[in-house]
Write a protein that binds this ligand. Structure first.
Ligand SMILES: C[S@@+](CC[C@H](N)C(=O)[O-])C[C@H]1O[C@@H](n2cnc3c(N)ncnc32)[C@H](O)[C@@H]1O
Length: 257
């Protein structure tokens, strides 16, 4: 698909979904007035992340005082089925992230309530749900579909049916979904950010997610090297995060004090 075809398909997708018009408006304004904001402060944050990053194993030990157990040893059958579902999915989306970190965060907090932004195939959802199911907890997810690929119905493809009773998926942009989620999940054990990668999107959501995170709860954000939103947020709040070097990208995490 050419860039023009992709943009046209995305725009047509938006037009068919009046519930996504607020996000369309924000995207149009951003693309006219604020095109460079996606990479604001990227250089300084990459240098900061590189000089502080540790492995996922070290991060789990540092943050939670527990030993990392590889996901494929903990859940071999679930992982095999999920990979098969991903391979069979006709729409191509982003792949799995630091599943062990998400799972360990839920185990460490004995999570009853988890909020995540960004679902795609649902790898992070699967990691959280496999822990939450033990305590009949709930995962609240916010995800806007891949409009250029008619991806709506494939969101969360790798999540098996038996885990879905623990899952509430809000299919709008974060700015619409998160306020609805926080009506139900006032105080949460773990938050995982992996959706709108713009500086503004992150800056807005980090404040909201942090405000609703319990003391002792775990904050995780994916791809923190895209721009300096995560670093700036941590510096403003006087937080010293753990940074994970995960397959060439950086994940930020901390326990709320
Ligand atoms: C990297 S993927 C998420 C991957 C997922 N966490 C996993 O582990 O499989 C990012 C997702 O965020 C969604 N997204 C992007 N911008 C968004 C926004 N403003 N609000 C909600 N979802 C958004 C995309 O449609 C996509 O499904």
């Amino acid at each position: 698909m050419s860039e023009l075809q992709r943009v046209t398909k995305t725009f047509t997708g938006y037009l068919k979904r009046p519930d996504l018009y607020p996000e369309l408006g924000r995207k149009v304004i951003k693309n006219i007035f604020n095109r460079k904001s996606a990479f604001r402060g990227k250089e300084k944050t990459l240098a900061w992340a590189k000089s502080n990053a540790v492995s996922q194993e070290t991060a789990i030990a540092e943050l939670f005082g527990i030993e990392m157990k590889p996901f494929d040893l903990l859940f071999p059958e679930e992982l095999r089925t999920a990979k098969k579902r991903e391979a069979e999915c006709p729409v191509k989306m982003g792949g799995a992230g630091a599943l062990e970190l998400i799972y360990a965060a839920c185990e460490f907090t004995h999570a009853q309530s988890v909020v995540e932004t960004g679902v795609a195939y649902g790898w992070s959802s699967l990691a959280a749900l496999l822990s939450l199911q033990k305590r009949t907890g709930v995962l609240y997810s916010s995800d806007m579909p891949y409009l250029s690929q008619d991806g709506d119905r494939y969101v969360g493809s790798v999540v098996p049916e038996d885990l879905k009773s623990h899952w509430k998926l809000f299919r709008h942009a974060d700015k619409e979904s998160l306020p609805k989620i926080f009506v139900e999940a006032i105080s949460v054990d773990v938050v995982h950010y992996d959706s709108d990668k713009s500086y503004e999107g992150r800056a807005w959501a980090y404040v909201e997610l942090h405000r609703h995170l319990k003391k002792g709860g775990v904050f995780i954000s994916d791809d923190i090297g895209d721009n300096s939103a995560f670093q700036d947020f941590c510096e403003k709040e006087n937080i010293k995060p753990t940074i994970v070097d995960f397959e060439g990208k950086f994940v930020g995490a901390f326990v709320k004090s």
